[in-house]
Design a binder for this molecule. Structure first.
Ligand code: ITT
Length: 193
C-alpha cells in the first residue's frame, strides 16, 4: 500500500518507514508534486497534524497522514510544545533551540519533560487521530550524535542514555513517534486484511 507522509524531514521519514515495515511505501509531498511548505498555523499538535493532512488530501485526493510533535517541559508550563521547531529562531535551528532550552532551565531542579506526537490519518476520506507520548527529563549538557532536534538533551524514563545516544531501533522502541506510528500501523494492518 502506498501512502503519503507529510514531511520533509528525512530523519522522520526513515524512523516512520522502519516502524511501518515493508507493506507500506511512504511517499513524500514532493513525490506528488506538492513542493510548497505545508501550512502549520494551528495552536495545538492535533490542529497542525489535521491541517497538514487535509492540505495534502485536498490537493492529491490520496490517502495520507501527517504528524506534529512537541517537547513539553513541565517547569516551562509545557513550552516549547507546539512551537518546538521554532523555539529559538524562525527556522529549524536545532542547536539554537537546545541552547535556549538549557538557558531557560538553568538552575531549575524540575527537569521533567515529555515528547508528544499526534498523527492525523485521512483514509478513504475519513479522519483518524493517533497519539504517542514518552516521559523523560532534560539533562544539563548535550550527549550523543544520533537522531535530531532535542534528542541530545532528552533522556527517556528508565534509560541512562539520551535519544541521541540510541540507534534508530532503540529510540523507536520507546519514543513518542514510535508509539504513535505503531498505533497507526496496527490500524492500517487491521483494515488491510
Ligand atoms: P516536518 O514538519 O517537516 O515534518 P519538523 O522538524 O517540523 O518536520 P515536527 O513538527 O514534528 O517536525 O517537530 C517539531 C520540532 O520538535 C522539530 O523541529 C524538533 O525540534 C522537535 N522534535 C520532533 N520530534 C523529535 C524527536 O523525535 N526528537 C527530538 N526532537 C524532536
Amino acid at each position: 500500500m502506498e501512502i503519503i507522509f507529510a514531511t520533509n524531514n528525512a530523519h522522520k521519514l526513515s524512523e516512520v518507514q522502519a516502524v511501518l515495515g515493508e507493506g507500506f511505501r511512504l511517499v513524500t509531498p514532493r513525490d506528488c508534486g506538492v513542493t510548497e511548505e505545508i501550512p502549520e498555523t494551528q495552536a495545538t499538535l492535533e490542529g497542525n497534524a489535521l491541517q497538514k493532512a487535509r492540505y495534502l488530501y485536498e490537493r492529491t485526493g490520496r490517502d495520507c497522514f501527517a504528524d506534529d510533535t512537541g517537547l513539553e517541559v513541565e517547569a516551562l508550563g509545557g513550552a516549547p510544545g507546539v512551537h518546538s521547531a521554532r523555539y529559538a529562531t524562525d527556522g529549524h535551528d536545532f542547536a539554537a533551540n537546545n541552547r535556549l532550552l538549557l538557558k531557560n532551565l538553568a538552575g531549575q531542579q524540575n527537569r521533567r519533560a515529555r515528547f508528544r506526537t499526534v498523527i492525523a490519518l485521512i483514509l478513504n476520506g475519513e479522519e483518524h487521530l493517533f497519539e504517542g507520548i514518552v516521559e523523560g527529563r532534560i539533562i544539563d549538557t548535550e550527549r550523543g550524535a544520533e537522531g535530531f532536534g532535542y534528542d541530545p538533551l532528552f533522556q527517556p524514563e528508565g534509560s541512562g542514555s539520551t535519544f541521541a545516544e540510541m540507534d534508530a531501533a532503540a529510540k523507536n522502541a520507546v519514543s513518542h513517534r514510535g508509539r504513535a506510528v505503531r498505533k497507526l500501523a496496527a490500524y492500517l494492518h487491521g483494515i488491510d486484511k
